[in-house]
Ligand binder design. Structure first.
Ligand SMILES: [Zn+2]
Length: 141
């Protein structure tokens, strides 16, 4: 029996790596990198406490990797991926807003909907298409 076969047998029925596991490992690496500076410039006690966080992140990553409760791990990962997608969509929308020279983006004061309005300088009245209320919009530069 070779090592590869033994490893395959060990991992069968276990969850394995996913996006959340990689994120946890990335966090562990980032925090331990920051911890180098904490141990030099802050104090050894703080550094030891931060090191515990690193161990906790690594332990959670390994636990998820080897877990046999695949549906629970998948649910955790789905939750994580949905949060990441919200952040990505917000960033995309902000980039789109920055690139758009012909419109201004204003929030409706009543329902908080974001309206895309034509870029015309000065004070205007506008009607929110979502809640139907009228409000003033001021566009500068
Ligand atoms: Zn509104």
């Amino acid at each position: 029996m070779n090592f590869r076969y033994k490893l395959m047998q060990f991992m069968s029925g276990r969850y394995g790596p996913d996006m959340l596991t990689y994120f946890l490992l990335g966090c562990a690496i980032a925090v331990s990198f920051i911890n180098i500076f904490l141990s030099i410039f802050v104090s050894r006690t703080v550094s030891a406490l931060v090191q515990l966080i690193v161990y906790a992140l690594l332990a959670f990553a390994v636990f998820r990797f080897l877990s046999r409760n695949i549906s629970a791990r998948r649910r955790e990962n789905d939750w994580f991926v949905s949060k990441i997608n919200i952040i990505k969509r917000k960033r995309e929308f902000n980039n789109q807003k920055k690139a758009d020279k012909y419109h201004v983006y204003k929030k409706c004061p009543y329902c908080k909907a974001v309206l895309r309005l034509p870029h015309r300088l000065g004070k205007h009245k506008t009607v929110c298409p979502k809640c139907g209320k009228e409000f003033n919009v001021t566009v500068r530069k």
